[in-house]
Design a protein around this ligand. Structure first.
Ligand SMILES: NC(=O)c1ccc[n+]([C@@H]2O[C@H](COP(=O)([O-])OP(=O)(O)OC[C@H]3O[C@@H](n4cnc5c(N)ncnc54)[C@H](O)[C@@H]3O)[C@@H](O)[C@H]2O)c1
Length: 256
């Protein structure tokens, strides 16, 4: 087991990659504080971990609200008795367009994808410093590394995460706080069809997914568990000399 007694906070933990990560980290011995806005799905994640003999605490929070970002981190730390790892995973697809985008759509996307990552990280740095170190992992996307036809606003938020990762890593390196980012490719979670098919019906949604899947060199979507494995590496002592990177886990998508 690679994470025995590590105290781990994961946001957007009730579904998809966040849920897979919560379950995997717990199986590796970590104590989990799972933060999400969806109480029922959060309960399912917590139950699954506890039924397998692990320790997990559910923290209900809307991370698009700045006060909730801060208070959820305090609640999570209190539940765990400290913090060793934060995976700030929350994000949303946002609007698809450019000229027609309303300011509030733009701001909501920035608030969840960038501000919540910044604020949740800011809230855990001091306790990590006092404890002698820690590991922060953000979630960006291949959309933060290469251009995408699908949504310039989303790409802007994920590029912001990539830049913030380098600067936070630089600034915190001497304090033994590592900061890295995972850049998932097309991953089989409830968000993917929403992202690829905003506004489309079910048939068009399936066609869109197939079109983008065919562009993946490995010819398939990622499983959430494959993203969780890479996050586990970045969080663990196996990555003790790794900081400031944005790691694509994308089946080769950005090779072309
Ligand atoms: N699925 C993909 O193909 C893909 C690819 C690259 C990056 N991402 C990124 O992964 C993250 C999403 O993960 P997923 O694909 O596992 O999605 P998902 O839809 O399976 O899960 C998203 C979770 O976020 C929670 N959530 C939504 N709004 C919230 C809020 N305001 N406050 C707290 N929780 C909230 C939902 O309740 C849900 O549990 C995002 O940052 C997204 O940009 C996804």
């Amino acid at each position: 087991m690679r994470m025995i007694d590590k105290r781990v906070i994961i946001t957007a933990a009730a579904s998809g990659m966040g849920r897979a990560g919560s379950i995997r980290f717990a199986a590796e011995g970590a104590k989990i504080a799972a933060v999400d806005i969806d109480q029922d799905s959060l309960n399912e994640t917590i139950d699954e971990i506890r039924n397998a003999g692990g320790e997990a605490h559910g923290i209900l929070a809307d991370l698009s609200n700045s006060d909730s970002c801060r208070s959820s981190m305090i609640e999570a730390r209190n539940a765990l008795g400290g913090i060793d790892v934060l995976w700030a995973h929350a994000g949303c697809p946002g609007p698809t367009g450019i000229e027609e985008v309303e300011l509030d759509q733009y701001e909501q996307t920035m608030d969840l994808n960038v501000r919540s990552a910044f604020l949740t990280a800011a809230e855990v740095i001091k306790p990590m410093r006092v404890a002698g170190g820690g590991s922060i992992i953000f979630t960006a996307s291949i959309g933060g590394l290469v251009g995408s036809m699908l949504s310039p606003v989303y790409s802007a938020t994920k590029s912001a995460i990539v830049g913030m990762t380098r600067s936070m890593a630089y600034r915190l390196a001497k304090e033994n706080i590592r900061v890295n980012t995972i850049c998932p490719g097309l991953t089989d979670t409830p968000m993917l069809p929403k992202f690829l098919s905003r506004g489309a019906d079910a048939a068009q949604s399936a066609k869109n997914t197939e079109k983008y899947r065919a562009e993946v060199p490995m010819g398939r979507l990622a499983k959430p568990e494959e993203i969780a494995s890479a996050v586990l590496f970045l969080a663990s002592d196996d990555a003790s000399y790794v900081t400031g990177i944005s790691l694509p886990v994308d089946g080769g998508f950005i090779c072309h």
